[in-house]
Design a protein around this ligand. Sequence first.
Ligand code: SF4
Length: 507
Amino acid sequence: MAGIDYKPYDMDTPYLFPPSLADFLGPEDEVHIFREVTEELDIGYLDGDFTGMGQYPHHPRMLLRLLLWGMANRVVSTRRIEVMARRDVSFIYLAGGQRPSYRTLSRFRRRNAGEIKRLFQQTVLLCARLGMIGLGHIALDGTKLKAHTSKHGAMSYGRMKQEEERLSSEIDAIMEQAERLDREEGCAFGEDCNGYNLPEELKRREGRLERIRSLREDLECEKRKEQHLTAELPPMIDDREQRSFADRDARMMLMKRGEFDYGYNGQVCVDEAQGVILAGDLTNEAFDGGHLPAMVDEVRKVREEVGTADDEVTQVTADRGYFSVANIEQEGEGIELLIASGREGKEEPQREKAYSVERFDYVPEDDVWRCPGGRLLRRDQKRETLGPPLLRRYTCPDCEGCPLRRQCLRPGEQHRTLLVKRQQLIRAQMRARLKLPQKQAVYRKRKWVAEQNIGQIKEGLGFRGVTVRGRVYARAQWLLALAVHNLLKAMRFIAGVRRREALAARA
Ligand code: SF4
């Protein structure tokens, strides 16, 4: 080819092909450790019926390795993995020279979507066996992942109803016209003439009507379940509520960049010691708060599996998106929660008539509240019995001469009284805990522990959104990414240990 200077091989220099693929890769290549760590995973539940029989039997471990290694190298597409299994030495090495097609890989991934959670849990146990898990501090956080659909391929509930009506009337009109034509042709050519077929236009409209109708029925069914209604009752649905045609499970969410798009909410619990992800999930609920109970349960299971003693406390930190009484009550059984309320160090807005409970600091050890003027409000149990049973009453003994009287006291009040509900007390206890310097020190680490590892998944693995449709498959893909994250951590940990051992042996 013009312009390129091709040099022929120098035939005098002996050109030796390495005897095996492993030699091509060299002993230092990460792929060897990857092979070792994936050998440790018990994957008997994946394609459990695999017998090695059939035309081109591919071992589940080999297919799994290709999918995991692909993801570790930012290759998620099964078509791309198929190509890599022919061209890239590390992929050829892991495939053992076999060439599974993208269909085989994709079907394997779909068939085993329900089992990926077990695979992920095995990676957690593998890291635990390696001594990589501390279970001292765990950071919980969520991240929005773009769904494999466009916001332009969606329709609102109001529009669905309008479109259904419009298409139905158009189809009726076309049918009427067709029948009229049929009658005219019957008169012209005789009754047995088959001179007319269903117009293309009609087929198109019917197909579209069917898609809209089924999407609307799905949405109504979902809302009926949410509102606990029977099948006969119409649910309450906002006309602006949207659903995507391509991925019906994806939901409109506020993404990181500040724009709304269809996505899923991926949750992770990251162990501070080595950044191993101990628990994870993916749902279509945009609100983070509802995920905390399940995530805390997962952490408890890991504690059990690892054999953590009951008196060893695991602190789980979460941001204000998780702050609720229901979530705070998940504490116990070895878990201490540190959840920010979002009000730390913030001033109350001026619109309130008198200072609300949020302005006062609870001191749990003495069961007193410290007011903005620095005085202590003590519990008045005698007067509590006169009030509603679920309220606690605290009174300030001395409001005389306080410069904040105007803002703090209600009209006619001489001494400030706080009537505190159980929920307010629980929230105040959490806020008080977050003010302790040793708890603050733990909480401050939350951001980098969680976000650094989420960043590694999004930037390092290039996993910014799911490439499959449907919640089950999207969740499996997210869990697969978390499993890869843990495997990479384990690989680097092993490599570090071996390097240190080699250095020690040399010294
Ligand atoms: S009015 Fe009483 S309760 Fe309110 S800030 Fe002053 S001393 Fe504290």
